[in-house]
Design a protein around this ligand. Structure first.
Ligand SMILES: Nc1ncnc2c1ncn2[C@@H]1O[C@H](COP(=O)(O)OP(=O)(O)O)[C@@H](O)[C@H]1O
Ligand SMILES: [Mg+2]
Length: 229
């Protein structure tokens, strides 16, 4: 039988935190490792952000990320949503892993890893979701077996109906931006694997592509300015 995480309140969960991946503050949530009876999960709690940000924007960000996780429940490189103990927090499956640019315990076989990563991102897009924050390397994790895990879907962009041309156009641009993140990661950790087929941000339809690339960051920056001191 699977462990019933839904029985716990956010306070219960927080009292079982054994590790802090990221301490909240400003526009950042708390990201905590929770351990109960030998079972592990990750709590992302917007209550850890500054008060006004957490109160006003927190529920919206939480809702966006949970919606994406539900939509991607069949995609294996994405954590599973386990519970939503409050409006501002959710609990997801824990994946033993390290951030791609901060590996300390293992060195994956890079060619095979990047092949899997490209496949994972393809699968995400096929399901109708562009991640939109993969150029930030802390959102790509690697398991000791060399499998990619993609986290932090708060900035994601979903594909709409087929008649919604502006949406489809944007979705395509954001998908290309995701692919350009692979190029960026490769150039950081295994530049010898770069090929002419890798997507560069400048190629993503010139100015419009660069606009798509910066949009997520701009929204984040603006909301930070408005809601934090
Ligand atoms: N499901 C998970 N399993 C293991 N580690 C995780 C998981 N989710 C997040 N992390 C760790 O926590 C860090 C921050 O999580 P993230 O969702 O990116 O928060 P933020 O929105 O603050 O960037 C990640 O870079 C990763 O190291
Ligand atoms: Mg992140």
């Amino acid at each position: 039988m699977t462990f019933n995480w839904q029985q716990y309140t956010v306070e219960d969960l927080r009292s079982h935190a054994t590790f802090t991946f990221r301490e909240g503050g400003g526009s950042r949530p708390d990201v905590l490792l929770i351990e109960i009876d030998g079972h592990k999960a990750v709590l992302k709690d917007q209550a850890g952000a500054d008060k006004w940000f957490g109160l006003l924007i927190g529920p919206l960000l939480n809702w966006r990320e949970c919606k994406a996780l539900k939509k991607l429940s069949d995609v294996s490189c994405i954590p599973d949503l386990l519970s939503t103990p409050s409006k501002r927090s959710f609990l997801m499956s824990y994946h033993e892993s390290e951030q791609i640019t901060r590996l300390t315990n293992f060195e994956p076989d890079w060619p095979s890893f990047f092949e899997k990563l490209a496949g994972a991102i393809e699968e995400l897009h096929h399901t109708g979701v562009a991640h939109n924050d993969l150029r930030n390397p802390t959102n790509t994790l690697i398991t000791p077996d060399g499998e990619p895990v993609l986290v932090d879907l708060v900035a994601c962009f979903c594909r709409g109906r087929s008649w919604n041309w502006p949406n489809l156009w944007l979705f395509n641009k954001f998908s290309q931006v995701d692919k350009s993140a692979i190029t960026k990661m490769k150039s950081r950790v295994a530049p010898e694997l770069l090929t002419d087929d890798d997507v560069n941000p400048e190629q993503i339809a010139g100015k419009a592509g660069m606009y798509a690339k910066g949009l997520g960051q701009q929204i984040r920056r603006l909301s930070r300015k408005l809601f934090t001191g």
